[in-house]
Design a protein. Structure first.
Lengths: 462, 297, 425
């Protein structure tokens, strides 16, 4: 049975276990003079039965589903005779897709070698068996678990404590998902990155000034390995992020100042949600806007002035990204400015300072660390932003500081390298993970520093 | 009568907040004799610094100050006393228009400084505040150096043309505030590292650095320990030689110690204004008497 | 020390300059707001301007004589003949009724390009279903070719006519005048999946894909997020592990979304061998991505439940878990739901991580389950926006309008929920 169907089935069994245990707890309580003489309410006995029923079954189901594909694949591949057995991982994935296509009936068995047809049969056979086993085992465990808990509906057992302890553990594990995710991220990039550095020396990656992973057309071609110097990607990313910050920091900061110091209550109530709408617009929409409206506009404008601009320019991507980050900067600055105590404002105003003098001389200096933290967070946003640059910045890894030329960024390259056909194990594919690792480290560092600064700043006025 | 809040050290902001949400109650039956605009004692003087007539302050719909008339003389120290929420801080903040920054607050009546209406729309609030300085309940030094704190006012008003002038102003102000000897070696140290009493005296130095004519003090000692309080009180006495000082206080002893005249506020009314000695020995109004003898507060 | 009078004068003299500065500063603030709002306005008008035509389809209604000879089809029941027959021919001769002069090779080719390339299939399907119609004349409505559609919808604008020859433009103008070529509400757009031809492409497949993905996301992220928030607020001991969890959550909230795509690719697809391009994997990745948002907002909601409620329940002898489940969580629920809806809206608009787990595939069929290949709305927009044809650009804009409508609805729902259900303590 398919996982998608098995899941509700387990839940149904759990509900049945719940009801049975509930009834049994009442029956058990009868001779003792009603449920008040049980150690716990019937609800808890019932809930315990449901948990006993569902949790082990679900764990089994999850683990089986997660690993059955891999295990079956390995069995199938190892069953292939030596002459068709894949020699590399790339070949393996090719053979596997052949096998599964034959099994799914998408590929005519007459067009593939005989062993592959046999393997396809084996694959289908294994899949069937695995599915049957899984279904039986999961149902068995669910029923056994439920039955065990049902038999333990006894007045002297404190089911409430049991249930509560289990729930606490579940809550804890849910909180631990955050750690698991981080670990998952680190592991998903680190292995491939290490393998990448086995092919391309780390110094070449970090200090190389040419990036052209796609050049390998023929094996004997010059530079067929591709060039993996990350510097042009880095400068491209920085150029676009810089343009974005040049737009978003002054605009965001001054909007926050206006909203918190000058705008009337009504004005604030209208303007703030409008501003926040900018943050709610999906990045793909900004990308569309940048690529189809802003970029052509800039290139036309540059033509009129007599400058040369490419159809996809860093400026277009940067400007639009800047607009996207405005509400981010503005709401962070707003928080920070509002955290400056009113007494400081009063102190300055009472000396006869105008509002702008108070702002510039007292509030800004006091809020500076917080604002800096906010800018760092905005920078990390800009560096990690993907869709706008994918759609508007281009693919050419130019090492330039000219905002009118097309540049590429780390995120663009990750997307380009990992979409479409991939050969596993090639330096080209692996390099995407190395880029991801770099991106993760840089944004993580920025975030940690920024959050520290902001927290320290908050404590100062708490 | 003990329904009134007796918390002594609340922020002005909190107090105002409360006034916003809870309209000041109507006088209860036994206080029916509190007639609007009627003040016993000597509210008026000749040639006043401040001439205040029929002042009313509204927070939205509710009226926090009810037709108060009062003169404040040159170079006098006048203390405002009264239970929490009686409007004394609100009234004080009218004198340099600090209430302007609260959207829903509006002021009616005539308030004149040296014969000029301070709420006139043409009247400049910056200039007013340069002449009428203020010291707040909680010390609020800017997170800058001691020197920059004191130099802040002269700088924004352009009072010093040269660095040496500014140095002189800073030194004079700190001396007047009795702080010079304590801080002269660490003028570049950040002000937030000082003790509470020092911070408050720094705020006083900061206020007098622009040579105001009047200094408003809103419970300046409520956040200070007794020793620091004594120092600040001493300072007030010295300053009274050259400045007009209006001080709001919760401590009747403090009012008795530092002020020449004392004004008693109750629920937005100005009940009595008299010579300080008279207020504390033989008040004219029975409510003043109830208050100073501690029957409510 | 200068005397007092002159000081007041100094202050007064400085005022003019200072107030000018004040006004300028205030103006900067207003300008900043104006820039932001103007950007929003331009963005929206640009998209509506580019995309409203996506909701319009252009059709051509012809009297097609199903003449067997012209189609090289003698018996419509014969499968072999059906697969060889020329179904374009009757359409072209129907067009030639209007333009009898168009008989040359080039003219025929240009005529052919007036009608969408699926028109022939329509004729074939009709004959396959009802072979007896062979030899009759049927009135049929076809979608016009993409270039014609763009030309008709943007009548009068030179920028959209370049891909039609002058002769074709003249023909189209004439057909429009005669009412043969008409525009109508684009029901195709709302009832189909993607297609190679803009006029045949629809957004329904992507919407359904988004729906399946979002169901997975919310089914995972909401319970896990709420449970994590409850644990951290109510049960977590003050220790290093708890601190570490908190640091992780805060940092994950700021990790670029594309990194989650790498995680999905390496762990779910690479390690667990899950299939590519399916809503389950997309939903999992988006769930991990939205989890920090939900945890953070749920914690805020739990924090805002006043301690007095907890104390009251504890005073009645409720266990800690009972206090939490009976009182704290129900009271915090509106806040948690608000945060979750906002997180979902974010996930709905997310594109980058889904590109990496293969949801960019060209998928014509409307997905029918959590494990069938699918794409989602924002990715569909990306795909269309990257196509060269003008027709796809307007579809992308139209898709954006639909996506924004969804998001605005969700955000409005969150605001409504907050207003309606959130208690003020």
């Amino acid at each position: 049975m398919h996982t998608a169907n098995l899941l509700p089935l387990v839940l149904v069994i759990a509900v049945v276990a719940y009801m049975l245990a509930f009834m049994r707890s009442r029956t058990v309580a009868e001779p003792f003079g009603g449920i008040r003489n049980l150690k716990a309410l019937p609800f808890y006995y019932a809930a315990r039965a449901a948990l006993w029923c569902a949790i082990p079954a679900l764990i089994l189901l999850g683990a089986w589903t997660a690993f059955e594909g891999k295990v079956i694949q390995n069995v199938v591949v190892s069953s292939l005779p030596a002459d068709v057995a894949p020699k590399s991982e790339g070949e393996a994935s090719l053979v596997l897709s052949q096998i599964s296509n034959v099994a799914a009936g998408k590929l005519d068995p007459n067009f593939v070698p005989k062993p592959v047809v046999g393997a396809a049969d084996l694959l289908e056979n294994l899949r069937d068996r695995s599915s049957n086993f899984k279904t039986m085992l999961v149902i068995l465990i669910a029923v056994l678990g439920g039955g065990f808990a049902w038999s333990r509906v006894q007045p002297h057992i404190n089911a409430r404590e049991n249930v509560e302890r289990t729930l606490r553990w579940i809550f804890f594990i849910c909180a631990g998902v955050a750690i698991l995710t981080t670990v998952g991220i680190v592991f998903s990039v680190i292995f491939e990155t290490v393998r990448f550095f086995g092919k391309v020396p780390i110094t070449e990656f970090l200090f190389g000034t040419t990036w052209s992973p796609q050049t390998a057309l023929r094996a004997d071609q010059v530079g067929s390995e591709g060039a993996f110097g990350v510097i042009p990607l880095f400068t491209g990313t920085l150029l676009i992020s810089f343009i974005a910050l040049v737009v978003s920091v002054p605009v965001g900061l001054m909007s926050a100042v206006y909203l918190s110091e000058y705008a009337s209550k009504r004005g604030r109530a209208i303007l703030k949600p409008l501003l926040e709408m900018l943050a709610g617009v999906p990045t793909v929409v900004y990308g569309f806007f940048a690529a189809l409206t802003v970029a052509p506009f800039i290139s036309d404008l540059a033509d009129i002035i007599g400058l040369e601009a490419s159809a996809q320019s860093a400026l277009a991507a940067g400007l639009v990204m800047g607009v996207m980050i405005i509400p981010f900067v503005s709401s962070l600055s707003d928080d920070v400015i509002n955290a400056v105590p009113q007494t400081l404002r009063d102190g300055s105003l009472a000396l006869g300072a105008t509002q702008s003098e108070t702002m510039k001389n007292v509030i800004f200096p006091a809020a500076l660390p917080g604002i800096m933290g906010g800018i760092l967070l905005a920078a990390s946003r800009a560096i990690g932003e993907t869709m706008i640059v994918v759609m508007a910045a281009g693919l050419a890894a130019n090492l330039t500081a000219n905002p009118l030329s097309s540049v590429t960024t780390v995120t663009v390259q990750i997307v380009t390298l990992l979409t479409g056909d991939q050969e596993f194990d090639s330096a080209k594919t692996l390099s995407a993970f190395a880029l991801g690792m770099m991106l993760f480290i840089v944004t993580l560092a920025l975030n940690i520093v920024a959050l520290k600064i902001v927290r320290k700043y908050r404590e100062q006025y708490d | 009568m003990n329904t009134m809040n007796t918390t002594a050290t609340r922020d002005v902001a909190v107090e105002e907040q409360e006034q916003k949400t809870q309209p000041v109650e109507d006088p209860r039956p036994e206080q029916a004799e509190l007639e609007e605009g009627k003040t016993v004692g000597v509210p008026y003087v000749d040639d006043p610094k401040f001439r205040l007539r029929d002042v009313e302050v509204f927070y939205g719909e509710s009226r926090a100050i009810k037709k108060i008339s009062l003169d404040i003389a040159k170079n006098e120290v006048i203390a405002f006393i009264g239970p929490s929420g009686c409007g004394k801080s609100t009234f004080l903040r009218c004198l340099n228009r600090m209430n302007d920054s609260i959207d829903i607050c509006s002021v009616k009546g005539s308030l004149e400084l040296d014969g000029d209406d301070i709420y006139n729309s043409k009247r400049d609030v910056v200039e007013l505040r340069a002449r009428v300085g203020m010291v707040f309940q909680k010390p609020n030094p800017f997170p800058k150096s001691i020197y920059d704190n004191v130099a802040y006012g002269p700088r924004i008003h352009g009072l010093a043309n040269r660095k040496s002038d500014l140095d002189e102003i800073v030194e004079n102000s700190l001396r007047k505030a009795g702080l010079w000897d304590e801080v002269k070696d660490r003028l570049d140290a950040t002000a937030t590292g000082m003790s509470g009493g020092q911070q408050q005296r720094l705020c006083i130095a900061r206020a007098i650095a622009v040579s105001p004519e009047v200094v408003l003090m809103d419970e300046p000692c409520s956040a200070l320990d007794p020793i620091a309080t004594a120092k600040v009180e001493e300072l007030i006495a010295e300053l009274s030689e050259s400045y007009t000082i209006v001080i709001v206080t919760h401590s009747m002893q403090q009012a008795a110690r530092v002020s020449h005249r004392t004004a008693y506020f109750h629920l937005g009314h100005l009940v009595e204004v008299n010579d300080t000695n008279k207020v504390f020995t033989s008040p004219e109004h029975e409510m003043t008497e109830s208050y100073i003898t501690g029957r409510f507060g | 020390m200068t005397d007092q009078r002159s000081q007041a004068e100094i202050v007064r003299e400085s005022l003019k300059v200072r107030y000018r500065k004040e006004r300028r500063f205030r103006l900067y603030g207003m300008a900043a707001i104006a820039v932001a709002l103007l950007s929003l306005l331009i963005l929206f008008t640009d998209i509506v301007g580019k995309g409203y035509t996506g909701f319009i389809k252009t059709t051509i209604t012809l009297d097609v004589s199903l003449d067997g000879e012209a189609m090289y089809l003698e018996d419509a029941r014969d499968k072999d003949q059906l697969s060889m027959a020329d179904f374009q021919a009757p359409i072209i001769s129907a067009l030639q009724e209007y333009f009898p002069e168009a008989t040359g090779r080039k003219d025929v080719r240009e005529l052919k390009r007036l009608v969408g390339s699926y028109a022939g299939n329509r004729v074939r399907n009709l004959l396959t279903e009802q072979p007896e119609l062979l030899g009759t004349t049927q009135t049929m409505t076809f979608l016009v070719h993409d270039t014609v559609s763009v030309y008709v919808k943007h009548a009068g604008s030179d920028a959209y006519s370049i891909r039609l020859s002058e002769q074709q433009q003249r023909w189209v103008d004439e057909l429009v005048e005669k009412g043969v070529v008409e525009t109508a509400f684009n029901d195709v757009f709302f009832s189909r999946g993607d297609s190679r031809e803009p006029s045949n492409a629809g957004v329904l497949g992507a919407i359904v894909g988004s729906l399946f993905t979002m169901v997975v996301t919310i089914a995972i992220a909401f319970p896990v997020g709420v449970a994590a928030a409850v644990y951290l607020e109510e049960f977590a001991p003050q220790n290093k592990l708890t601190d570490f969890i908190e640091v992780n959550i805060n940092n994950l909230a700021a990790v670029p979304s594309i990194i989650f795509g790498l995680l999905g690719l390496a762990v779910f697809i690479g390690l667990f061998g899950m299939p590519r391009s399916v809503p389950v994997v997309g939903g999992l990745v988006l769930a991990l991505m939205t989890l920090p948002t939900i945890i953070i907002s749920s914690r805020a909601a739990i924090k805002s439940v006043p301690p007095s409620i907890r104390e009251a329940a504890e005073g009645m002898g409720a266990s800690k878990m009972q206090v939490v489940l009976h009182h704290v969580v129900p009271l915090a629920m509106p806040g948690m739901m608000t945060g979750s809806i906002i997180g979902m809206a974010q996930a709905l608009g997310e594109t980058a991580p889904l590109l990496l787990i293969g949801m960019v595939a060209f998928i014509v069929e409307i997905p029918d389950g959590f494990f069938s290949s699918a794409t989602v709305l924002p990715v569909q927009i990306y795909l269309w926006a990257s196509s060269a044809e003008q027709g796809f650009v307007e579809l992308a804009s139209a898709g954006i309008m639909i996506l924004l409508t969804f998001m605005i609805t969700m955000n409005a729902m969150a605001i409504w929920l907050r207003k309606r259900l959130e208690r003020r303590w």
